[in-house]
Design a protein around this ligand. Structure first.
Ligand SMILES: Nc1ncnc2c1ncn2[C@@H]1O[C@H](COP(=O)(O)OP(=O)(O)OP(=O)(O)O)[C@@H](O)[C@H]1O
Ligand SMILES: [Mg+2]
Length: 371
């Protein structure tokens, strides 16, 4: 008879936006931010923008930093850049700050549901005609009594959204008025570039920009091992080395490989190299479907020609001269599409001026798809 083993949940989180059990790398950013939250406001990190390609961990980082801020007494409003965003900020602040309101216990005693506290217990709400800035100021004033500030996190920044520019323009006034306020934003490189070049968001150009590049191997290794062990399994050294190689510094791949390798190991107490290999194969399929297809579909015809001319598979890097020859185009054509693809987070440029793909395995994917 097969022995009945307790079900051990998979500790990996291959879902977009999930804060991982162990965050690989990103220590400097986290440290800087935690320090900024500990201060009295005015730290330049309190206006930060996180930039990275798909799956580099922008949403997870925003959520994580919001949690850190909340632990230090900040009231946190997490929103996405979409219509209704400003109203959402107000509602999220009220919800998150319900516990700071004086008369909360009294209301609870009288039997009013906790869910209604958020909207019911704010005093001195401005009249209904008040604009967003006035309403926010009302909240800042009340929170200041508890020495609490407000952190607004905006995910998936969108330069085309008018509320986005309104938020940025108004935030500037919060800073000037010395309000305890923080604005953390995250977005894809080309969206952020477009946002920063807008006239009404010029103040954002002074925001701290954090580029979420690949995670260093030793950080991947440590976080991977810790995640496996937290779930109650072990991982062999050669299996760990293989996982680090397959992940190649890419956070989403970290979770995909880990999740599949864990499942491949099934009831075995240790993950071996074969489990990782199997996991990585499946992970690449998921990656192609969820990230690479979406990336390709956003490229123009000329972008795609550039990507294909990088001759994926032949070598890791392509020089500008090779591209000019393969495309049969001028230097300025190469420059134009180089910039577009850099902004889209598809390619990276080395110090020697050569190009490579920013997402691991993307070259092979392009090679197979357009053979
Ligand atoms: N530092 C990290 N270490 C390990 N795993 C991470 C890390 N950051 C994010 N992840 C994981 O990577 C995956 C992608 O993260 P996330 O959804 O935050 O990416 P994103 O940059 O917001 O992507 P998109 O641009 O598509 O919204 C998630 O499964 C998340 O748990
Ligand atoms: Mg995201």
């Amino acid at each position: 008879m097969a022995s009945v083993q307790a079900f051990v949940p998979n500790p990996f989180t291959p879902a977009f936006g999930k804060v991982p059990a162990f965050m690989a790398g990103r220590e400097q950013i986290t440290e800087d931010m935690v320090q900024a939250f500990a201060g009295e406001g005015g730290d330049p990190n309190l206006c930060s923008i996180f930039v990275g390609a798909r799956g580099t961990g922008k949403t997870a980082l925003l959520t994580y930093l919001g949690q850190q801020a909340a632990q230090q007494g900040w009231v946190v409003a997490n929103v996405s850049a979409q219509e209704g965003m400003l109203d959402d900020v107000l509602q999220r602040v009220r919800e998150a700050a319900a516990h700071l309101v004086d008369d909360a216990p009294k209301r609870r005693l009288t039997g009013i549901g906790i869910a209604s506290l958020g909207s019911a217990s704010w005093e001195n709400e401005p009249a209904s005609g008040a604009n967003w800035r006035t309403r926010m100021n009302g909240l800042f004033d009340q929170l200041a009594e508890a020495d609490a500030g407000i952190v607004i996190t905006v995910d998936e920044v969108d330069p085309a959204l008018s509320e986005m520019t309104e938020l940025c323009a108004t935030f500037q006034h919060f800073v000037r008025e010395n309000r305890k306020a923080a604005l953390l934003m995250a977005g894809l490189p080309h969206k952020v570039s477009a946002l920063l070049s807008g006239r009404s968001t010029s103040f954002l150009r002074r925001a701290f920009r954090h580029d979420l590049g690949p995670i260093a191997s030793y950080d991947v290794e440590e976080a991977f091992r810790l995640t496996v062990e937290s779930g109650g399994k072990r991982i062999d050294d050669d299996a760990l080395a293989e996982a680090v190689r397959q992940i190649d510094g890419f956070p989403y791949m970290f979770q995909l490989v880990g999740y599949r390798a864990w499942n491949a190991a099934r009831l075995s107490p240790a993950i071996c190299e074969e489990h990782v290999r199997r996991g990585a194969r499946l992970a690449r399929e998921v990656l192609a479907a969820s990230v690479y297809d979406a990336t390709i579909s956003e490229l123009s015809k000329n972008d795609l020609a550039f990507v294909r001319a990088m001759n994926p598979g032949a070598g890791e890097k392509t020089t500008r001269d090779e591209l000019k020859t393969r495309l049969g185009k001028s230097s300025s054509h190469v420059s134009t599409y180089r910039k577009r693809l850099l902004d889209a987070g598809v390619i990276e440029e080395g110090l020697d001026g050569s190009f490579s793909f920013a997402l691991p395995g993307f070259g092979e994917y392009v090679n197979q798809r357009f053979r």
